[in-house]
Design a protein around this ligand. Structure first.
Ligand SMILES: CC(C)(COP(=O)(O)OP(=O)(O)OC[C@H]1O[C@@H](n2cnc3c(N)ncnc32)[C@H](O)[C@@H]1OP(=O)(O)O)[C@@H](O)C(=O)NCCC(=O)NCCS
Length: 191
């Protein structure tokens, strides 16, 4: 396995025609189909970089920016943005093209964290990344920020869970669109 690899060594594009069986009740392409393709392209990109089997550890927010129509050609471009020790952040950009008009629209962007797994079924070290452009440097640095923000968020979430106070929480919900309807005999429990 090489110690360092350039981003170009694992850049992957997956193109798929949106057929009628992929549509939802509203006639647009089901979000789950796009998510499935994103997972596939993230896997191929991560497996190319790490020369082996990978698993999806986490998926960042996926905003559906525009609907995808039946008959459009969807292209998913994936590249390794950041590598840690055993994890890789794969940036994915999804474009949908109307084949009649050639109009293209950007429908999704997301970041998948993939972890390389060795023969012992444990996370294994991945090659470092050779950054050859300003964009490579920006993406690597943003990936590092994303990883740190996630760590901080997880820590904060664990603290909130620890200090969870149902009575205080009920007060904050007073002006929300919910009704608290606990059974008379039960006391509130935390999860
Ligand atoms: C992902 C997984 C292997 C991590 O295992 P672990 O014992 O927590 O291993 P570690 O703590 O050493 O973490 C390994 C790497 O994953 C990263 N990681 C783990 N969980 C993560 C998460 N939720 N989000 C982002 N990164 C994560 C760690 O930061 C670490 O990165 P680094 O080595 O580059 O610093 C484990 O949680 C797992 O098997 N999850 C289930 C995955 C799965 O079933 N996916 C769906 C089907 S493919």
């Amino acid at each position: 396995m090489s110690e360092y690899k350039p981003v170009s060594a694992s850049h992957t594009t997956l193109t798929e025609l949106m057929i009628p069986s992929y549509s939802n009740f509203g006639g647009k392409i089901h979000g789950g189909i796009i998510l499935g393709l994103m997972d596939k392209v993230a896997y191929v990109c991560a497996a190319k970089h790490s020369d082996g089997y990978c698993i999806t550890a986490s998926i960042d927010v996926v905003d559906f920016l525009a609907p995808v129509e039946v008959g459009e050609l969807v292209s998913l471009m994936a590249s390794v943005n950041y590598v840690g020790t055993t994890s890789m952040i794969i940036g994915i950009r999804v474009i949908s093209e109307n084949l009649k008009t050639q109009v293209k629209k950007h429908t999704n962007t997301s970041y998948f964290t993939m972890v390389a797994i060795g023969d012992d079924h444990k996370p294994k070290q991945v090659p470092g990344l050779i950054l050859k452009s300003q964009d490579d440097i920006r993406r690597f640095s943003q990936g590092l920020n994303r990883k740190e923000l996630k760590k901080a968020y997880k820590k904060e979430e664990a603290e909130i869970k620890e200090d969870y106070d149902v009575t205080a929480c009920q007060k904050t919900l007073q002006h929300e669109r919910c009704k608290i309807d606990l059974p008379a005999t039960s006391s509130a429990t935390t999860t």
